[in-house]
Design a protein around this ligand. Sequence first.
Ligand code: WTA
Length: 635
Amino acid sequence: MSNYHIKHLEEYFQVYRKSVREPEKFWEEIAEEHFLWRKKWDSVLQWDFKKPEVKWFEGAKLNITENCIDRHLATRGDKTAILFEPNDPKEPSEHITYRQLYERVNQFANVLKEQGVKKGDRVCIYVPMIPELAISILACARIGAIHSVVFAGFSAKALSTRINDSDCKIVITADGSYRGAKTIDLKGIVDDALEHCPGVSTVLVAKRIQSDINMKAGRDKWLQPLLDAASKEGDAEIMDAEDPLFILYTSGSTGQPKGMVHTTAGYMVYTAYTFKNAFQYRENDVYWCTADIGWITGHSYIVYGPLANGATTVLFEGVPSYPDYGRFWEVVQKHKVTQFYTAPTAIRALAKQGAEIIDNYDLSSLKVLGTVGEPINEEAWHWYNENVGKGKSPIIDTWWQTENGGIMITPIPYVTPTKPTYATLPFIGIQPALMGDNGEELKGNQVEGRLCIKFPWPSIARTIWGDHQRYKDTYFSAYENMYFTGDGALRDEVGYYRITGRVDDVIIVSGHNLGTAPIEDAINEHPAVAESAIVGYPHDIKGSALYGYVTLKDVGETRDHTNLKQEINQLISDRIGPIAKLDKIQFTAGLPKTRSGKIMRRILRKIAERDTSNLGDTSTLLNPECVQDIMDNAQ
Ligand code: WTA
C-alpha cells in the first residue's frame, strides 16, 4: 500500500526517507493506486538536469479530466465539485455537482472542437473568477488543447504579448467582470490586445455583467448559445503522460514573460498528493483557496488538486474588502469552510482593520489555515493564528513556485509542529539544498544560502514555451545538477526552512511576482525619461512595494513632476497592469553604476529601505558623487 495519507510525524519521516531513497518506487505506487490510467507507463522517471530534461511516467496514457471528474461520478455524482460564491453577497451561490461539471465541461469541450480547436492547440483564457474559468480550463484538458490562462488583471499589452508568445488562435473571455464595487471592461481590453494579435480568429465571450459590448462580426461569439446547443457527453482525448497540459506565464529578469510548460501525468499526481496531505483533506471538507485561478496557486489548488481528490472547492469571485472587511469570514461561516488558503498580503490588509469584525462570524468549521506567495512576517502569522485560527488550526506556510507546479516546502497540519515564519520541512519527495557563495552545498543545520532542489519531482515545469535555452539558463546553469529557485533560505537548528526572499531581480508585491526589467522598459518608453531602476522596499501591507529611480533626458527640465509621475504610472498600467505601479518615484540626476556600466541596485535598494548606514564600498563606482545626491533627495 502506498502512503497516500500521512497522519503523524513518524510516518512523515518514514515516507520522506522512502521517497528519497527509492523515488521511482515511491511515486509509482502513488500513481498506480490512486489514479485512472488508460495505459500504464513504461518507465517511471528519466531525467538529466544538464540538458535539462525530465520525464515522468513515460509511455502512460490518460486524461486528467477523467481523473478530476469522470471517476467520481459513480460515488460523488451529486456532491458539489465547485461552489461558486459571487462578488455580491446578495447574489446566490451556485453549487455545481460533479455530474453537472461533467456535463458542462463536455459541452464546453464540444464547442471548442466545433470552433476548430484540436489537440495540442493553445487556447488563451482571459476570464474572471466565474465558473466558466474552471470549466474552460477543464474543457481544454478534455480535448488535449493546451490552456494558457492570463490573469484577468493584466493589461491589453501584457495579454497580447502572451497570446502571441504561445500563438493562440482562440481567446475565451467575458463581457466584463466584477471586482468589489467596480466593474471592469474585460472585453474592451481583449479588443485592444487583439489589435496586435493577427493570429486570433475566434473570441468566445461569456456573459457576466450584461453590458452592451462591441462584438466583432465573424470573430466574436457569445458562448452561452453555443453551449446550449452542444452535447453534454463527449469522450476525453487520450493523452501521453508528457503531453503539455498548460502554459502559465511568470515574470523573469527580461521583458519577455516566461511561459512555463506543465505536462499531464506528473502534474496530476503531485498536485493531487500534495493537496491531500498539505491540507489534510478529508471527504466532506469544504476547501477554499482565495487565489485567482490566473495564478499557479489557483491552477493547482482550486482546480486540479482538489478535483482530483473529489473535493468541494470554493471559487470566489470577490475581494476581501467588499462589501466590507468581514466578507472572507462571512463566506467561511456560510459554507462551513474547513481549509482556508490565502496570501500574507490579504492577512495584513485584514489585520489592519482589527480583529473585532471577525467576532461577528462563526469560524468554528476551520481546521487548517494556509498561506502562500511571499514570506509571512511574524506579526501577520500571529494575527492569523490567534484571530482566525483561534490558536487551534495549524497554519501551513507553503513555499513553492509557478515552475514547481505544487507545494514544495510546508508543514503538514496536525503532523509537523509549526514555527512562525517557517515553511518548515520539505514535502515528500523534495530534496532541497542550500548553496554558498562559492557554489558549494552548505551541509548541516544553521546555515543560510541560495535555495536549490537536487532531484526532480513529478510536477516540475518541463520547459519554457519556445525557449528551452532560457529554461536551462534560468534554472539549471547557476549550480551544476541543481534546479535553482531564485530564492534565499535558511535552515535552522532542527532542519526547518525559512524562505528569506528573492535573490534575483524579481520583486513580490502583494504576492504578485514582478520582474524589474519589464517595468523599467515601460518607464523608459516615456519620451522624457533617459533611464530608470526599480527596487523593492518593505511595505506594511503589500510586503514589498516598488521604488523607482528615474533620470530624465533634460536635467534642467522644469516640467511639473507630479504629472510626470502620473504619466509614468499610467504607462506601467498600460504595459503591464495596475499591480506594477510604483509607490514612490524619485527623479535623480544619475544612477550609481559600476565601471562596466551596470546599475548598482544594491545601493539603490539600501536607500529605498532607508538603511544607508552600510552602503558598502562606493569608491569603485563610475559616478560615486550621485549617491549622496540620491540619499539627500530620497522619498
Ligand atoms: C515566493 C506562487 C516565502 C518565493 C505559488 C517564490 C514564498 C515565489 C512563499 C513564487 C512562502 C511563494 N514563503 N516566499 N510560503 N511562497 N513565495 O511563481 O519568492 O507566483 O519564488 O508561485 O513566491 O511565486 P509564484
